[in-house]
Design a protein around this ligand. Structure first.
Ligand code: GLC
Ligand code: MG
Length: 250
C-alpha cells in the first residue's frame, strides 16, 4: 500500500445529506483507516470553527484525522491537540488587524454577521446573498486596499463570505502540513465542492471535485484546466471513492 496525504473538505464533500452519502462515507472510511496503518495521513480542511467541527464529528462519527485545518485554513490542529498550532498562528498574525476588518465591514449593510462561534481570531464571517455579493465584495475589497489591509475575501456556497489574513487559506495550510510531513504534490490528494476549496485545488496536487460541486468551484475549474484534477460524477464520499480509484490510490 502506497502512503499518501488525503485532504478533504467536510460539508458536501466528505459528508453529505443523503443516506447514500452516509453509505459511501462508511465505505470510504474503511479504506482510509486501512491506509492510515501504512502511513497515509488524513486531514480535514473545513470552514467550520472548532465548535461546529465537534458537532459534525459526533453526529457523523468521523474517522480520527492526523490534523485538522479549521476556520478556512486559519487554524491548524496537529495530532488531536485542542490548541491551534502556534507557528501557524504566528505566521498569520503579521499584518492582520481584526478590529479594523470588523470596523470597515460594519459600513456594508448587506453583510450579515454569522453566529459568534464562527468569528475566529483570524476569520471574520458574514452571510451575503449572491446578487448583492457581486457588487459588495469588490467594493469591500477596494476599501480594504485603500486602508492598507492585505486580507483575503473568500465567497462560498452562494452565501458565506470569509475575511481572513492574506497568507492563509486551506491551500496554504495544507502546504504547511505537506512540508512538515514531507509529502510531495504527487503524493497528495485534495477533495472539495465549493469556493473555499479553490485554494486547495490551486496548489498543484491531485484533486477531486465532487459531482455536487458549487458553481464558483466549477467556474474556476473551467478556467483552470489541469489533468491532475478529476471531476467526479458521484456526489460527496461517492465522488471521492470514484476519484481515488481513478488516480490509482485505492
Ligand atoms: C463553514 C463555516 C462558516 C464559513 C463557511 C464557508 O460553514 O462555519 O463560518 O463561512 O464554512 O467557508
Ligand atoms: Mg464544502
Amino acid at each position: 500500500m502506497t502512503k499518501f496525504l488525503f485532504v478533504t473538505d467536510l460539508d458536501n464533500t466528505f459528508v453529505g445529506l443523503r443516506e447514500e452519502d452516509d453509505k459511501a462515507l462508511e465505505e470510504l472510511s474503511k479504506y482510509l483507516q486501512e491506509h492510515q496503518k501504512y502511513g497515509t495521513k488524513i486531514v480535514y480542511a473545513t470552514g467550520r470553527s472548532p465548535t461546529l467541527y465537534q458537532e459534525l464529528k459526533e453526529s457523523k462519527k468521523l474517522l480520527k484525522p492526523d490534523a485538522l485545518v479549521l476556520a478556512v485554513g486559519t487554524e491548524i490542529y496537529l495530532d488531536g491537540s485542542n490548541k491551534p498550532d502556534s507557528e501557524w498562528a504566528k505566521k498569520l498574525s503579521d499584518g492582520w488587524n481584526r478590529d479594523v476588518v470588523v470596523e470597515i465591514a460594519r459600513d456594508f449593510s448587506k453583510l450579515e454577521p454569522q453566529q459568534e462561534s464562527e468569528q475566529r481570531p483570524f476569520k471574520v464571517s458574514f452571510f451575503i446573498e449572491e446578487e448583492a455579493a457581486i457588487t459588495v465584495i469588490p467594493q469591500l475589497d477596494s476599501e480594504f486596499r485603500r486602508r492598507g489591509l492585505t486580507v483575503k475575501l473568500i465567497y462560498s456556497g452562494g452565501e458565506d463570505l470569509d475575511i481572513i489574513p492574506h497568507d492563509s487559506d486551506k491551500g496554504q495550510a495544507v502546504q504547511f502540513l505537506r512540508q512538515k510531513w514531507q509529502f510531495l504534490p504527487e503524493q497528495t490528494v485534495v477533495c472539495g465542492d465549493s469556493g473555499n476549496d479553490i485554494a486547495l485545488f490551486a496548489a498543484g496536487t491531485w484533486g477531486i471535485i465532487v459531482g455536487n460541486a458549487r458553481s464558483e468551484l466549477l467556474q474556476w475549474h473551467q478556467e483552470n484546466v489541469f489533468d491532475y484534477h478529476y471531476r467526479a460524477k458521484r456526489y460527496c464520499a461517492g465522488g471521492i471513492l470514484e476519484g481515488l480509484k481513478h488516480f490509482g490510490f485505492l
